[in-house]
Each structure stands twice: as C-alpha cells, then as structure tokens.
Design a binder for this molecule. Structure first.
Ligand code: 1PR
Length: 528
C-alpha cells in the first residue's frame, strides 16, 4: 500500500492511476497519522510553493512529514514535492520549506520560454535503483518555472539542461524527489515509478549519459469533441471550423479510444477541445469529465482540456466560477485547461479599464494551479488590409496576398468557435494573457484549419515575438514536412495536428522520423 499525500491543489489522479497501473494500491493521506504510519510515501506537488506550504501547515502535516523524511523511509517527491524539501523558495520568500535539504528554490533565470514545459533528458550523477531498466537517452516530462539549488552536491541525482544546468532530481538514502513528472512521462516514467515502488531494484547507472540534455519539440494530437446529432460524444474535425459534412457532424470515433491510440503511437501530449462548450455548461456535460477520467487511467502523457471554461450562472441562479469548472477538470485528470472565448472577453475588459481585477478566470486559475496549467486557445482569422496605416491592430506584412492583392493583414480573434469576430487581434490577446498569468498559447488559425496546407508561419512568428511563454503551433498540418517547417522557421515549442492523425494519413512516428536529426524529439520505441 502506497500512501499518497494530496493537499488538494492539482491533478493527483494521474499519479494514483500510474501507481495503480503498476499493480499497487494507493491510500490517500487523510491525517498526520497516515504520514507517520506510511511504509512508502509519494508526494506530488502542483501549483505554487507558498500555497502548498500553507496548506501543509494548516493540515498539521509539516512536523509529521519532517519526522517521516528524517527516518529515511521510502519517499518520492514530484515537482513541488521536490521543492518542498528545501529551506525556502523565491516564489514565496516569507514562507519556510521543510528544510530537509540545505539550499533554496530559485526562479529559472534563462533566456528561453518559461515555464520550462516539455520532454527533456537526464544527466545521471550517481547510481540509483530508480534507473534500473533505463538506457539513459529517455526523456521525461517537465513543467516548472523554479529550480532547486542544494548547498552541496551530495544529494544531486540528475541534472538537466535548459539554458542553464539545473538539478532535476535528488536522492538522499531512501528520499528521492524529481522535478519532472514520472507519472506523465510515458513508459520511461512508469519504469522509474516501478523501481521506486519495488524497493528491491539494483542501484545502477544508465549506460548512456548525454553530455547535454535537450528539450524536445512536442507533437500534440488534438481531439475536437462534441455530441453528434444522435447525442453521442464523438471526435470530430472541421474544415475551417465547419465540422459538418452533408449536414451531419463528422465522426472520427470515440475520444477515449482515440486518445489511447495516440498515446501508444507516441504523441507527446493530448488535447481535448469540447468545441460546443461555449453554449453548454461543462459541469452538466458529465461525459466530458468521464472522458478525462477514463483517459487518464491508461494514458501517461499530459492531458489538456478546453471548452466552456468560464463563469456560469445556472437557471436557478447558482453561480459557478471558472475556477470551479477548472478544478473539476483537474480532479478528473487534466494537467492543463485551455480557455478560448472567455480569454478574449477578459482581455477586452482589461484593455478597456487598464486594470487587473485579479478575478478573471486566467488570474484565478493560474494563482491556484500555477501558470503552467493555464493555456489560452486562440481562434484567429486573417483580415487583409491595403496598408497598416490607420489600423489599430497588430498588422503584419504577408507573403500570402489577400483576395485583392493586399500585402498586409491582422489576425482577428473570434469567440464561440469562430462564429463571432471581435475587435481584438491575436498578437495583443497573447501578450495580455501572458501578463494576466497564462502559461502557454495554443495558436490555431481558422484560415488554415483542416486545409492540409501547412501552419501559418507568419502568425506564429508574430505571436512568438511578443510572448515569452511557450507557443503551440496549430492548424493546417498536412504532412510530416510541415512539422519540420514550423520548427525550423519559428520558435514554436510544439505543434498540434488533428485531421492527418484522425484520417491516418500521417502516423505520429513518421512525423518524428522526419524531424529526427533536424529537430530534437522524444523518440518513442518505434524509432529506437
Ligand atoms: O471558447 O473556451 O469554449 O473553447 C472552445 C475550444 O474549442 C477552443 O479551443 C476552440 O479552438 C475550439 N473550437 C471551437 N469550435 C471549433 C471548431 O472546429 N468548430 N475547434 C473548435 C478548434 C482547432 C484545432 C484543430 C487544429 C488542427 N479546433 O484545435 O484541432 O486546427 O486541425 P488540423 O490539423 O486538422 O488542421 P471555449
């Protein structure tokens, strides 16, 4: 029986699912006595350092945790569960950590997108039983903006490179903690978890030790989900957002099965977009929550869910906040939520008043779950203009001329799945959302969606220029070479596709094969 410390700030379901998939039972800690009596304790941390320590303190977990850790019983900390072991953090300077390891937690100060999101490697510094069965070139899923800085080198188990070299895991006796998420790192992550759970594994060092590790560009499979006319939840896909063919909603199959297929085929991440979420209340749309719960049971890569994340008042006058909606998704297995229409309305309000309210969905959700958990999905459409003069939006010069030969355009934000255009451009939207606390941009393009003609490189570069958070390039992928193009001509950290994967035109492995040698990718087993 594995004791799991859940302090209520994020997606612990994935950790439970991963442990259960390895045949172990999990008991969620319900009081300090469960910590003291645990034989093996797993502590997955999500969110913010200050908030985590305050909750641990309020629940009277701090002293029992210290006692458990000092007794050198098996402990696995994940992400914030690693940072908690240190004395203090720059994220919340007035709040003390557990102080089991001398040193502190510092902001990742690098000239690259922050948070550090994605799959990166490990440079192993000393043998450990958690490496049993690993070759050494595997990649693991990271998502963080802070790094631990131990006072001396003794606890350092691995380092990872991302603009700087940072400590990506530590081990002191039976106390092990990782900055990366083994539960979200596919088979390599499950291998680490299994080694931790089976205390008998040999202390080993992997054969291969990379000189420098590299963050991989991520390939994301996207599932647009909605009910068809018979009321079944199906994966659909539009052409420029029109999902109907001969009057009926296109049906590419069931979301849970398709997500599983993409996981097995090597997708680095999976996104579900509830594309009619803007008109329904998502908490009533329980099938979507079920889809997440089911998927997270056997898909061990990050899951993003979008659609309908906004404040909502039901017919009886009960108000639900976007934070409540998001919380339900996180509890059901989501690692990130994505906000579409509501982000446009939030930014419009902010630009009107010039003031942050602290109450918008973006601010509230990122405060509680961390910036990395908040993705902004943008649905822009090109608006061509003769010249930039007099246009109050971010205009770009384009090589794809407009219908009347126009050489300039701006990207108009839309809401409600492209049904309504707004007086706001995508570049401004992205910039302001970052200011409000968003951690990633999912950049669609209605003109390109479903066309198989390649990503909108100009749009991606325009947005990339104004934000320092990661950008997911989306819409238009028609062949493996389009992924090469987007990663070599833009700084996008990941690329998403739907149609070519659903129609089995291009397998994910072919995309990675095409990228290999030119762009860093996470090799799945089929590539090795
Ligand atoms: O506005 O917060 O309720 O969120 C609704 C979400 O649903 C948004 O993220 C929005 O992008 C999405 N959405 C709404 N309507 C549609 C539609 O297609 N009618 N899908 C829709 C958007 C775009 C991509 C697509 C890529 C790749 N889908 O996610 O998967 O364009 O496609 P491709 O590779 O086939 O070209 P809210």
């Amino acid at each position: 029986m594995i004791a799991l410390l859940d302090y209520g700030a994020g997606n612990v379901r994935s950790v439970i699912n991963a442990i259960e998939s390895l045949g172990e039972k999990v008991k969620v800690v319900a009081g300090s006595e469960d910590i003291l009596s645990a034989e093996k304790l797993v502590f997955p941390g999500v969110g913010a350092f200050g908030n985590m320590m305050q909750i641990l303190d309020k629940k009277n977990y701090v002293e029992p945790l210290k006692e458990y850790l000092r007794s050198d019983r098996p402990f696995l900390g994940i992400c914030l569960g690693l940072q908690a072991l240190f004395e203090k953090s720059e994220e919340a300077t007035a709040i003390k950590g557990l102080g089991i390891i001398s040193g502190s937690v510092k902001r990742l100060a690098v000239d690259l997108s922050i948070p550090h999101i994605g799959w990166n490697g490990l440079n192993v510094r000393k043998p450990s039983r958690i490496f049993d069965g690993l070759y050494g070139d595997e990649k693991f899923y990271f998502v963080h903006s802070f790094q631990v800085v131990p006072k001396d080198n003794a606890p350092i188990l691995t380092t990872t490179d991302y603009g700087c070299r940072f400590v990506s895991s530590i081990q002191m006796g039976n106390v092990i903690a990782t900055q990366f998420h083994p539960e979200k790192s596919g088979t390599a992550g499950l291998c680490i978890l299994k080694n931790f759970l089976e205390s008998g594994a040999e202390e080993t060092s992997p054969l291969y030790v990379p000189r420098r590790t590299q963050l991989a560009k991520r390939i994301i499979a996207c599932l647009d989900v909605r009910s068809n006319d018979q009321g079944d939840l199906v994966v659909t896909k539009g052409d420029q957002y029109d999902v109907r063919e001969n009057g009926a909603v296109r049906n590419f199959g069931k979301p849970v099965q398709l997500a599983r297929r993409y996981y097995e085929e090597g997708a680095d991440e999976i996104a579900f977009l509830n594309i009619t979420g803007f008109r329904d209340f998502p908490l009533k749309d329980m099938p979507m929550l079920e889809v997440l719960k089911e998927t997270s049971r056997n898909v061990f890569v990050p899951l993003t869910i979008g659609g309908g994340i906004r404040d909502y008042t039901d017919k009886d006058g009960r108000r639900y906040s976007a934070l409540e909606v998001a919380s339900e998704y996180f509890r059901s297995g989501a690692d990130k939520i994505s906000i579409g229409s509501d982000a446009v309305l939030i930014v419009e309000e902010y630009l009107k008043s010039g003031r942050k309210t602290g109450k918008s969905a973006i601010e509230e959700i990122s405060r509680v779950y961390g910036n990395q958990a908040v993705v902004i999905s943008i649905d822009p459409r090109r608006v061509y203009v003769e010249s930039p003069a007099g246009i109050k939006h971010h205009v770009i010069e384009t090589t794809t001329a407009g219908p009347n030969g126009e050489r300039y355009c701006w990207y108009q934000c839309t809401i409600k799945g492209g049904r309504e255009g707004r007086e706001l451009d995508a570049v401004t939207l992205a910039r302001v959302c970052e200011e409000l606390g968003a951690g990633e941009i999912l950049l669609n393009c209605i003109d390109k969606d479903g066309t198989n003609s390649g990503f909108d490189i100009e749009l991606i570069n325009a947005v990339k220029e104004v934000v320092s958070i990661p950008v997911i390039a989306s819409s238009g992928a028609g062949c493996a070479e389009h992924f090469c193009e987007v990663f070599t001509k833009t700084e996008a950290e990941s690329a998403l596709a739907a149609g070519i994967f659903h129609r089995r035109e291009v397998p994910i492995a072919d995309v990675k094969r095409c990228l290999k040698g030119k762009v860093e990718v996470r090799a799945d087993d089929t590539l090795k």
